[in-house]
Design a binder for this molecule. Sequence first.
Ligand SMILES: *[C@@H]1O[C@H](CO)[C@@H](O)[C@H](O)[C@H]1NC(C)=O
Ligand SMILES: *[C@@H]1O[C@H](CO)[C@@H](O)[C@H](O)[C@H]1NC(C)=O
Ligand SMILES: *[C@@H]1O[C@H](CO)[C@@H](O)[C@H](O)[C@H]1NC(C)=O
Ligand SMILES: *[C@@H]1O[C@H](CO)[C@@H](O)[C@H](O)[C@H]1NC(C)=O
Ligand SMILES: *[C@@H]1O[C@H](CO)[C@@H](O)[C@H](O)[C@H]1NC(C)=O
Ligand SMILES: *[C@@H]1O[C@H](CO)[C@@H](O)[C@H](O)[C@H]1NC(C)=O
Ligand SMILES: *[C@@H]1O[C@H](CO)[C@@H](O)[C@H](O)[C@H]1NC(C)=O
Ligand SMILES: *[C@@H]1O[C@H](CO)[C@@H](O)[C@H](O)[C@H]1NC(C)=O
Ligand SMILES: *[C@@H]1O[C@H](CO)[C@@H](O)[C@H](O)[C@H]1NC(C)=O
Length: 614
Amino acid sequence: MRVLEPAVVAAATSVLRVFQVSTPVLAPPNLPQAVPMLSSNEESSTTSVQGQSCNITQTLMMHSFGNSYGHPFVGYYDPPQCSFNHITLNLTVEATGRQFDRLAVAYLGDVEFWRTSTAEPTSDGIVWTHIKDVSHLLSLFSQPQELTFDLGNLVNDKYTSPFNATLQATFFEAADTVRRADLVLPIPARRMELQDKDSGEHLQANVGDSIVLPQNIERAIFTISASGQMDEEFWYSNVFSSHVRTFGSDPMPGQSAFREVQLLIDDNLAGVAWPFPIVFTGGIVPGLWRPIVGIDTFDIREDEIDITPWLPLLCDGKSHSFQIRVVGINDDGHDHGHISDIVGNYWVVTGKIFLWLDHDGSVTSGTYPASFTPSPSLVLFNSIGTSPNGTNQTLTNVVDATRDLTVSSQVKTSKGKKTSLWQQTLSYSNWNDLYDFGVTQVVAQHTSGSATSSEGYSRSFSYPLFVNSTTIQNKAADSLFISATVNRGLEIETVGQSVFSSDLKLFDNSYTHGSRTARPRGPDMGTRLITTQNGSAIYFRHGNVSFSPATTQQDLVLSHIVPGDSKAGSTKQHDLYRRHVLAVNDTLVEDQETYNAELSQQHHNLRQYELGSV
Ligand SMILES: *[C@@H]1O[C@H](CO)[C@@H](O)[C@H](O)[C@H]1NC(C)=O
Ligand SMILES: *[C@@H]1O[C@H](CO)[C@@H](O)[C@H](O)[C@H]1NC(C)=O
Ligand SMILES: *[C@@H]1O[C@H](CO)[C@@H](O)[C@H](O)[C@H]1NC(C)=O
Ligand SMILES: *[C@@H]1O[C@H](CO)[C@@H](O)[C@H](O)[C@H]1NC(C)=O
Ligand SMILES: *[C@@H]1O[C@H](CO)[C@@H](O)[C@H](O)[C@H]1NC(C)=O
Ligand SMILES: *[C@@H]1O[C@H](CO)[C@@H](O)[C@H](O)[C@H]1NC(C)=O
Ligand SMILES: *[C@@H]1O[C@H](CO)[C@@H](O)[C@H](O)[C@H]1NC(C)=O
Ligand SMILES: *[C@@H]1O[C@H](CO)[C@@H](O)[C@H](O)[C@H]1NC(C)=O
Ligand SMILES: *[C@@H]1O[C@H](CO)[C@@H](O)[C@H](O)[C@H]1NC(C)=O
């Protein structure tokens, strides 16, 4: 797969609204009424600024990103002088002309708080708004500090469009029993820019730092943000390193289609993330992602690893190293492979450590973590088919991988002794077929797994992906033709307390503010998010003119998991929110949104807002 020239799209006659299908986020104008105070037995996470509740929106940035590689927006963030425990961000971007999709990373101080890709504009202009809840970063947003928005872009005669971006923050209070992290620390400790302004080098690949943590930590979570760019943008379609020159001297990206993001603490494996295959708006065929962008494109999801079992080590007052690295597979050409130290150029990787603190002066102790982290089991298969004259005509690369990982220890805090456990089970398979001297590529990948923490959190996920694309290039005629079908999904079930705000937040709040009695709360209450996208498209370019008719369908269902009525441990679920959209040739032709009937009345405002925004 290749990075396409962005189109000069002669599309709709007015500004096109592009959007990501996601669950609606609670915002204060939609709050039914004044917020009740928290009851005294619930742990409050309101900021230290006491007094009146916030209900305000601040503009944090208005900036046009033109030639912005090495020139991020830098502003100063000052929290409002009222109390809040919720923060939602609104990023709205306008662009007109011709431009690639770009990656943007936003930081408060040195901590990344939002990673997004941009949409590719049209000659009549596009606009998008995405709302993100960042309440999990409450401690960060409670301090004045520098805000950096790094969106590297290039504007010239050919790529004409800047990205005009507005970032607003809305602060408010709502009933919330979640105790937010007291401290959020970045890894690496100092923010790095996406591209060095002098050398043009991409600075981020495998990152790490050594830091001294407070000694009174009760709970610690590490989150990872990682996305493949350039040679690694379509990592899920990469071939075995031994096969990169199968169809001639132009090498295809290697290290296989398997990727693992590893977290190492003092060189010990503490957990892994098997990445979701993000497809940016110029990916595969651009028409597929206009106006419905790919899953998570405007808010690249982070993975979380519970590092509480490492606290007896991390709370010793000494410096410890945290390293994040992205690995693939190196193979010997005979279906034997092992985890590679490096992958292609390049990945943008950052981490955050979320810390919940014990009383001042308390020192967390316990046993050294015992870990069971055998290498992933890898099964490789390849086959090459040749044409009658002996040249390579087809290539098949198959990877199956599984991994189990457990870390446990005894952790002693002022509250007593506990057994702390982090466990992951992962499974991956990728079938990668190239036909017709590489003209057609069919990738079928499935990643799934589960993670459990003794802190009462568990998550299971499934990421199916199918891509069938055919690319015919005629260099003499300066033309390119691509046709593709895509079928993909993301399914995540979360039970217990994730470091991130639950998708359920919205519904929880409306419910507790309404006249009905609140639904049962408990550690076994969770959510399931399922979204699928499928589509087919072609792309045709001749000289500098291209067009890309496409059909894309997306469905999303958010359900609530509650304890079952009968046996202990049983659960049942009901759907809270559904959305179905269908777009044909840059036009949204179907958009159906359904709320649980029982809740629909309360969501009337929000529903109008959601519908109004597309
Ligand atoms: C918050 O402010 C908005 C807009 O000013 C207003 O419509 C809404 O009623 C306010 N909500 C609360 C809870 O005060
Ligand atoms: C988001 O911000 C844009 C630009 O400032 C504004 O026009 C829009 O109304 C905002 N949307 C929401 C839901 O706050
Ligand atoms: C973006 O901002 C620039 C500079 O302010 C302006 O010239 C341009 O018209 C804006 N483009 C859009 C699409 O709003
Ligand atoms: C055929 O593919 C193999 C494996 O990638 C490669 O080593 C060989 O050079 C290729 N043959 C030709 C003629 O390109
Ligand atoms: C081998 O045959 C294929 C078609 O089967 C053709 O495209 C290719 O040019 C031939 N290669 C050589 C070296 O003759
Ligand atoms: C891939 O697409 C081509 C062209 O449309 C089609 O002939 C082929 O059957 C498809 N392959 C799979 C596995 O779907
Ligand atoms: C997507 O999948 C649905 C259900 O299988 C099918 O009816 C629809 O035609 C597909 N749409 C596209 C654009 O491939
Ligand atoms: C496309 O190329 C033609 C011929 O080179 C040129 O005249 C025209 O201005 C170009 N159009 C755009 C939109 O770049
Ligand atoms: C989409 O565009 C293609 C190519 O121009 C055309 O063949 C097709 O009929 C269009 N579909 C619709 C529903 O307009």
